[in-house]
Write a protein of this length. Structure first.
Lengths: 470, 395
C-alpha cells in the first residue's frame, strides 16, 4: 500500500466512504484507512449505531461500501494511522503489529468520527456502567444479554435512540434521564419547525418509549451509581435545581453519555489549528465549509470536525472532495455541489439546535466530589487534579505531569475535557492535551521498522563494523 | 524606579530542576528566595528528561553533536552528585521515584569492548566502582540483552528519578522553608543597580543582591538581558515510552558508542531515549514535534540491544530541550564584571542538579565549593569562537 496517492482518507464511516466514492468517481487514486476490520465506521456497522436522530439502516451502508470498493478504492482496514513523517506522509500500521505503510498523498481527509463523551460521577467506574454505544453493540449488534434492568442517562437525543433500539431488541429499559430540560423555548420551536423530518423521528422515539411505559425524565441529573465491585445495583437522580427531589432506580446496567466529542487527535498532530467549539464546548479543528483546515491540503469531514451525525458527515465528505477537485481544475457538477452545500447548512443548523436543547453539562464537574476517579487509566481522582491545579504552578499539561491524569493507555482521550474543566476555575474552556505520536499505541517493533525509510540512518543503527577505529 | 520593587536575598530565574534544588538549598540556609518562571514550573528540560542519574561515564554523543564531552572531567562531578542523590529522598521526605539499581553500558565491537576496559580504569581512578562483564556474565545478569553483545560495564550507582516528581519536590521543600515561587511570571529585563540587581517582570520588579540564572534553554536569553553573550543553545531531544509491563528490567542500559538509554520506570513503563534529536517542526503549542527518523533510529537501536522490546506497545513520544553549551560542558559560576549574577546549566543538569545547588549556595555565600569548578565558569563561553570547538574536537 506504501506509495503515492491523490487522496488518503482516514476513517471509513459515512464521511470517509462518501468522500472515497466521490473521489474515485472523479478519478482520484484513493486509499481509505480504518481501524476496524471492516469499513463502515460506527454508523454503518452490521446494525445501525446512529450518532443522532436520523435513522438510516444497514443496506445503505453495505451498498456504499461495495460501491467504494468496486470503484477501485484501496482499503487498509485493521490499520491505525499512528503518525506522520517529515514530508507529511501518514504512517499506517496493523493495530497488532506488522509493517508500517507510508502513505504519501496530495490530499489528506481526516474522517475519524467522534467518541462518546463521558463525564465522571460517583460510581462511574463500577461494573455495569457502560456507554450507550457499548450497549448497542452488545444488545443489538451482537444480540448478547445486556442486563435485567437497564437505565439510560446523560444528555442528548442519542439516549432516546439508544433506548428505542434496546427496546426493539427486547431489553428491559427502566428509565431514560436527560440532564437537559428540553424546554420548547420559542427559538427552539422555530428552529425545530425547519426540520420536520427530524422532529417526526423524535416524536417516534418518544412514542416507542411511551408504548413500553418507559419514563423520559427531563431536567434530571444523574448523581451516582450505587453498588460494589460485583456490579451496580442502581442509580440516583435529582431534579435540576431541586434538592430533596432524589429519585432512585434499581438497575444492573447504566448507559451514560453526555453527547459526543470530535476525534481530533490526528488533525492536531498534523498541526491543524483547533478551538473550543462554542456550541458544544468540545475541542474541534477549525474548518471552513469545505472542510479545509488551517494546514494546506488537509481536510476534516464528519463528526471529527463537529458533531452532526451521519447525513451531515456524508455531505461534508462530498464537499471536501469537491473542493479538492476544484483545486485540481476538474470541478464537480455545480448543481450537485450546491445541493450538498444546502444540505450541510441545514444539518449544521439542526446540530446547533440540538446542542442548544441538549447542552453539554460540563459545569456539573464543579461539584464532583474529590474522591471520584477522573482518569481511570491511571486512577487519578478529582481531588488530586484539583490539588495540582491549586498550586498555581501548572497549566493543563503540567497538571497532567504532576497528577498523571491523561498519561495512561488512552492518552487523555477520555479525561482531557474533565481535567481541563476541573482546573480552569469555572471557565468554560474544554481543551485537549497536545497530540503526539503515536496517535494510537503501536507495536514498538512496527514503529522501529520505518528505519527502512531512512537509508542514511541504517548505517547508524546497524551493528558497527569490526574495522572501526578505536 | 526601585521604589516599588520587592526586595529579596536572591532571585532564581527558572523553576526547573537546577533552580528548584538551588532555591531549596538556599532557603534551607536561611536566605529569602524568590523563584520566577516564564511558564509553569518543571516545563522544559527538567520535566521532559528521561530522568537518568548518570554516574558511570557516558561516551556516546547525541546525533548531530559537534564536540564530545570531556568524560574524565565530568567523573568527579558525577561521583559527588551520586553521594548527594543517596540522601536526597531522606532529606525531602517525599517519594521522587528514586531508583539506584545500577546500570550497564554495552559494547558491540572489539574496539568498543576495549573502550569499556579503558573507561573502567578511569572510573576506578575517580572512585566509581565499575566492572566489565563478559557476554555470559552479562546474560546471567540481564537475560534480555541480545546474545550478540560481547560485553558491558556494570556500575551499581547508576539510577534514575522521576522527573515529574523531582522538581515539584524541591520546590515544595523550598516553599516550606519560606521561598516564594511565581510561575507564569516572565522576566523582561535584568538591570544592574548601584548595588545588586533589579529584575523586571511582567508584574513588578524585584531588587536583589543575587540573581541565579538557571533558565535552562532560556539561559542565554536571560544572560543577554544582563548584557552577556553565552555560547549555548537549546537542543531538542526526544523520548519514547511504552505501556506498562510487569517489572522485568531493573537496570539502566546504555551503549558505549551510540545514543541509547533504556530503563523501566516505577510505573512499569519502559522509557527509551539516547539524545536523538526532535524535529524542527513545531506543534500548535510551540513544542518541537517528534522526529520520525529519530523514532526509527532510536527504537531500532533499542530493539537490536534488547530484542524483546519489539513486542511491547509504544505509547507515546515526547520532546524537550536541553541546554547545549558550545563545548558540551556544564556551565556554573559568577559572570565576570557582573558581581552577584550567576549562571548554571548545561550537560547532565538533571544528574548534577543537587550538586549544583550546593555549589551555587557556597558561591553566593562566598564559601569554598564542595568540588572545584573554576574551569566550568561562564568566561569560556562569553568569547567563544567556532574555532575553539574544532580545537577541542581535535585535541
Amino acid at each position: 500500500m506504501t506509495g503515492n496517492w491523490d487522496l488518503v482518507i482516514v476513517g471509513g464511516g459515512p464521511a470517509g466512504l462518501t468522500a472515497a466514492l466521490t473521489a474515485a468517481s472523479a478519478g482520484l487514486r484513493t486509499v481509505i484507512v480504518d481501524e476496524s476490520d471492516e469499513l463502515g465506521g460506527q454508523y454503518f456497522k452490521q446494525r445501525p449505531l446512529a450518532l443522532r436522530l436520523s435513522h438510516d439502516h444497514r443496506p445503505q451502508g453495505r451498498r456504499l461500501i461495495d460501491q467504494v470498493l468496486s470503484r477501485g478504492v484501496a482499503a487498509l482496514t485493521g490499520h491505525v494511522v499512528w503518525g506522520a513523517d517529515e514530508s507529511g506522509a501518514l504512517m499506517a500500521a496493523p493495530r497488532w503489529g506488522g509493517t508500517t505503510s507510508r502513505l504519501e498523498a496530495r490530499f489528506i481527509l481526516i474522517a475519524t468520527g467522534a467518541h462518546e463523551f463521558m463525564l465522571p460521577f460517583p460510581g462511574w467506574t463500577l461494573p455495569g456502567v457502560v456507554t450507550p454505544g457499548f450497549a448497542l453493540h452488545t444488545a443489538v449488534v451482537h444480540g448478547a444479554k445486556l442486563g435485567e434492568r437497564v437505565a439510560v442517562a446523560g444528555t442528548g437525543p442519542f439516549l432516546l435512540l439508544v433506548a428505542q433500539e434496546l427496546l426493539h431488541a427486547g431489553v428491559n429499559v427502566v428509565a431514560v434521564a436527560d440532564e437537559a430540560s428540553v424546554t420548547m423555548a420559542p427559538g427552539n420551536i422555530r428552529g425545530a419547525a425547519m426540520h420536520p423530518r427530524e422532529v417526526l423521528q423524535f416524536a417516534h422515539m418518544l412514542s416507542t418509549l411511551a408504548r413500553h411505559r418507559v419514563p423520559w425524565w427531563r431536567a434530571t441529573r444523574l448523581v451516582a451509581a450505587n453498588g460494589g465491585p460485583s456490579g451496580i445495583e442502581g442509580a440516583v437522580f435529582e431534579r435540576n435545581g431541586a434538592e430533596h427531589s432524589t429519585r432512585r432506580v434499581r438497575a444492573d446496567v447504566l448507559c451514560v453519555a453526555y453527547g459526543f466529542k470530535p476525534n481530533s487527535e490526528l488533525a492536531r498532530l498534523l498541526g491543524c489549528e483547533c478551538r473550543t467549539d462554542p456550541v458544544t464546548d468540545m475541542p474541534a479543528p477549525v474548518v471552513d465549509s469545505a472542510g479545509r483546515t488551517t494546514v494546506d491540503h488537509i481536510y476534516v469531514a464528519g463528526d471529527a470536525a463537529s458533531i452532526g451525525g451521519a447525513a451531515l458527515a456524508s455531505a461534508r465528505g462530498y464537499l471536501a472532495v469537491a473542493d479538492m477537485c476544484r483545486a485540481q481544475g476538474h470541478p464537480l457538477p455545480t448543481s450537485e455541489v450546491r445541493r450538498r452545500q444546502r444540505q450541510a447548512r441545514r444539518l449544521i443548523r439542526f446540530a446547533h439546535l440540538n446542542a442548544q436543547i441538549f447542552p453539554t453539562p460540563i459545569g456539573r464537574l464543579e461539584s464532583l466530589p474529590d474522591d471520584v476517579v477522573v482518569c481511570r487509566c491511571e486512577a487519578v481522582t478529582a481531588g488530586q487534579v484539583r490539588q495540582a491545579a491549586a498550586t498555581g504552578w501548572y497549566d493543563l499539561s503540567g497538571t497532567k505531569g504532576l497528577s498523571r491524569a491523561g498519561m495512561g493507555p488512552c492518552q487523555g482521550r477520555e479525561c482531557a475535557v474533565a481535567v481541563s474543566a476541573l482546573t480552569s476555575g469555572g471557565e468554560r474552556r474544554a481543551m485537549a492535551w497536545s497530540s503526539r505520536e503515536p496517535v494510537r499505541p503501536v507495536r514498538l517493533g512496527t514503529a522501529a521498522g520505518i528505519i527502512d525509510n531512512y537509508p542514511q540512518l541504517l548505517r547508524h543503527v546497524s551493528p558497527p563494523e569490526e574495522s572501526d577505529e578505536v | 524606579m526601585t521604589s516599588h520593587a520587592q526586595t529579596t536575598d536572591v532571585v532564581v530565574i527558572g523553576a526547573g530542576v537546577v533552580g528548584a534544588a538551588t532555591a531549596w538549598t538556599l532557603a534551607d540556609k536561611g536566605l529569602s528566595v524568590h523563584v520566577l518562571d516564564r511558564g509553569p514550573v518543571n516545563r522544559e528540560g527538567s520535566g521532559s528528561t528521561a530522568g537518568n542519574l548518570h554516574i558511570q561515564a557516558v561516551h556516546s554523543e547525541r546525533p548531530g553533536q559537534q564536540v564530545p564531552v570531556d568524560v574524565a572531567r565530568l567523573l568527579p562531578l558525577q561521583r559527588a552528585a551520586s553521594d548527594i542523590w543517596a540522601v536526597v529522598e531522606d532529606r525531602l521526605q517525599v517519594d521522587i521515584g528514586l531508583r539506584r539499581t545500577g546500570g550497564l553500558t554495552v559494547a558491540e565491537t572489539d574496539a568498543e569492548v576495549a573502550l569499556l576496559w579503558a573507561k573502567r580504569d578511569v572510573e576506578a581512578e575517580h572512585g566509581i566502582p565499575t566492572e566489565v562483564l563478559d557476554g555470559s556474565r552479562l546474560r546471567s545478569f540481564a537475560p534480555g540483552i541480545s546474545p550478540d553483545i560481547p560485553a558491558a560495564t556494570w556500575c551499581p550507582w547508576d539510577g534514575y528519578a522521576n522527573p515529574l516528581a523531582v522538581t515539584p519536590a524541591f520546590l515544595g521543600a523550598a516553599v516550606r522553608r519560606g521561598a516564594r515561587v511565581d510561575a507564569f511570571r516572565p522576566v523582561t529585563a535584568v538591570e544592574r543597580q548601584r548595588r545588586g540587581w533589579l529584575v523586571h517582570t511582567a508584574s513588578g520588579q524585584l531588587s536583589t543582591p543575587l540573581v541565579i540564572n538557571a533558565a535552562g534553554p532560556e539561559l542565554p536569553e536571560i544572560a543577554r538581558m544582563a548584557g552577556v553573550r553565552v555560547a549555548a543553545q537549546p537542543a531538542h531531544l526526544q523520548m519514547h515510552i511504552t505501556t506498562r509491563v510487569r517489572p522485568t528490567l531493573p537496570y539502566l542500559i546504555q551503549h558505549i558508542g551510540q545514543g541509547l538509554s533504556v530503563k523501566q520506570v516505577s510505573t512499569g513503563q519502559i522509557l527509551i531515549g539516547g539524545g536523538w534529536p526532535a524535529s524542527d517542526r513545531l506543534t500548535p503549542e510551540g513544542r518541537h514535534r517528534a522526529s520520525m527518523s529519530s523514532i526509527a533510529g532510536n527504537l531500532s537501536l533499542a530493539c537490536r540491544i534488547i530484542p524483546a522490546l519489539a513486542d511491547l506497545e509504544l505509547l507515546r513520544v515526547w520532546t524537550g530541550p536541553v541546554l547545549a553549551t558550545a563545548d558540551e560542558m556544564p556551565v556554573i559560576g559568577e559572570i565576570p564584571d557582573r558581581a552577584g549574577l550567576f549562571v548554571c546549566g548545561g550537560t547532565y543538569a538533571f544528574t548534577l542538579a543537587p550538586l549544583w545547588a550546593q555549589v551555587l549556595s557556597c558561591m553566593v555565600l562566598r564559601q569554598p565549593t564542595p568540588v572545584p569548578v573554576e574551569d566550568l565558569g561562564p568566561e569560556r563561553l562569553m568569547d567563544y569562537s567556532p574555532g575553539q570547538a574544532r580545537a577541542v574536537a581535535e585535541s
